[in-house]
Design a binder for this molecule. Structure first.
Ligand SMILES: [Zn+2]
Length: 466
């Protein structure tokens, strides 16, 4: 067990890097100051944290907030109001046009075998899917991979619904890797099926949980390929359909979905800023995404990232640790089905010739913090890694090179480092994009420890630069 109440033990660990006796004592002093200041940030977060109350507000008063929806608009106003309460130097909205896909009436699905016995399935449309324009009715062909689909004879696919049923690999400890590897089914399954003459796609939910909740998520149609409806089955539902097909491969599947894409809507990124006391032109961004899927409250995805980012600014204010470089919290709009907010933020930064030092994102849930993934050149990664000992007492010192985040991705090449807040990943995909991503799944302390660890690294970045 790690003792989180002994930050001073660190000072000695940093001395090895210092050369002369003077340098050693200077390093010891600044390291001691840093560990005390980081302790202050944690104390403020754990004793007087605001992120949990903010998350409750966002999740239970506004709830799901898909881009273009009235709830997304409410969330923008909510974010602005809450940031204004922190007493920042500047709070503003950054306009961005976003896609507007709507689910419509609850989807319906039913499998009927030769004996005429129907079984209902709990399904949800994948984000971006076309509707079924009434009832879609066809036989089903199950595949585990794109290669298997490609190898099927034409008559086995034509006029049918392709059922993609490859589970996320449970052997991976890093669940994000399993998600990434299974994701092709959801993202491009519909177009791959349509290319072979299929009239619809069913996709096993990208989840490691065995339950009855279908998980939505974005999908994309390939240009020039017929757009066929695509829906997700829960993991239990996928197992059940697979069993039914083994007993009766001629069963008929009926699918009814009313989803559609409407014209783009004007929306906003919400930005709050503390101006740097010494280097105001050097900017550190910390953010999460404000939009969520419509099925739940968007608690872990990504309400937690939003309230943690706002909390970073509040912690700096409340502790009186004035950042030497400018720190901006950004609540990005439209990560889920377009990344328009992230693209707009980078585009504006570029055209304004802003100098971005680093950008951090929290979008892996509000679970127990582990550390950070750093996307930068090797020398910069090493620079960030020298702060590892300062986060060690808080269990947040795994600093690895790796993917940082979707919304800050467009800043690559402009910011010296992209940094992804990294937390325990075991439960994230159980609830990700499903009706179960609700406020009650978030643990207060885990959320607060995450916000504090982000604030600690932002404090160090703002003090030392890169
Ligand atoms: Zn997310």
């Amino acid at each position: 067990m790690r003792n989180i109440f002994r930050p001073f033990a660190l000072a000695g660990m940093l001395l090895a890097a210092a050369g002369s006796a003077t340098a050693q004592s200077a390093a010891a002093t600044s390291s001691k100051t840093d560990s005390l200041n980081i302790r202050k940030l944690y104390d403020e977060a754990l004793l007087r944290g605001q992120s949990y109350a903010n998350l409750r507000d966002l999740c239970t008063r506004i709830g799901g907030r898909l881009s273009g929806s009235p709830q997304a608009e409410q969330a923008v106003q909510w974010g602005k109001t809450e940031m204004e309460k922190i007493g920042l130097d500047r709070v503003y909205l950054q306009e961005v046009m976003v896609p507007h896909w709507v689910r419509g009436a609850k989807e319906r699905a039913r499998a009927t075998g030769a004996k005429g016995k129907g079984i209902d399935f709990n399904v949800c449309a994948l984000g971006g899917s076309v509707g079924t324009n009434g009832k879609l009715k066809a036989q089903v062909v199950e595949v585990k991979s794109m290669a298997e689909l490609a190898a099927l004879p034409a008559d086995k696919v034509k006029g049918k619904i392709v059922f993609f049923n490859r589970p996320m690999n449970p052997a991976y400890v890093e669940t994000g890797r399993a998600y990434g590897e299974a994701g092709d089914q959801r993202r491009s399954g519909a177009s791959e099926a349509a290319k072979r003459g299929a009239i619809g796609a069913l996709v096993r939910s990208l989840s490691l949980a065995h339950d009855d909740y279908p998980h939505t998520g974005t999908m994309r149609y390939e240009d020039g390929v017929t757009q066929v409806p695509a829906a997700a089955l829960s993991t239990n539902g996928a197992d059940q359909l697979s069993q039914l097909l083994k007993a009766d491969s001629d069963l008929t599947f009926e699918l009814e979905m009313a989803c559609q894409t409407l014209p783009d809507v004007k929306s906003y990124n919400v930005v709050g800023e503390i101006r740097g006391s010494k280097y105001p032109d050097e900017i550190i961004t910390v953010g999460g995404h404000l939009d969520s899927w419509d099925l739940a409250q968007g608690a872990h995805d990504d309400g937690t990232g939003c309230v943690q980012s706002m909390e970073v600014l509040r912690l700096l204010k409340a502790t009186g640790l004035k950042p030497e470089r400018t720190v901006r919290a950004v609540l990005f709009m439209n990560e889920e089905n377009g990344v328009r907010g992230g693209n707009k933020y980078a585009e504006v930064a570029k055209s304004a010739n802003e100098k971005h030092l680093a950008a951090m994102e929290s979008d892996g849930g509000g679970f127990t913090p582990r550390g950070f993934n750093i996307e930068a050149d090797a020398a910069t990664v090493r620079k960030v890694q020298r702060w590892q000992p300062l986060l060690q007492p808080y269990g947040s010192a795994e600093f690895n090179a790796g993917h940082a985040g979707t919304d800050i991705g467009p800043l690559k090449g402009q910011a010296k480092a992209l940094i992804g807040f990294d937390c325990d990943s075991q439960r994230y995909f159980d609830i990700h994009h499903a009706a179960t991503d609700t406020f009650d799944k978030v643990n207060r302390r885990e959320l607060e420890l995450g916000g504090a660890s982000m604030a600690a690294l932002v404090y160090l970045l703002s003090k030392y630069g890169l």
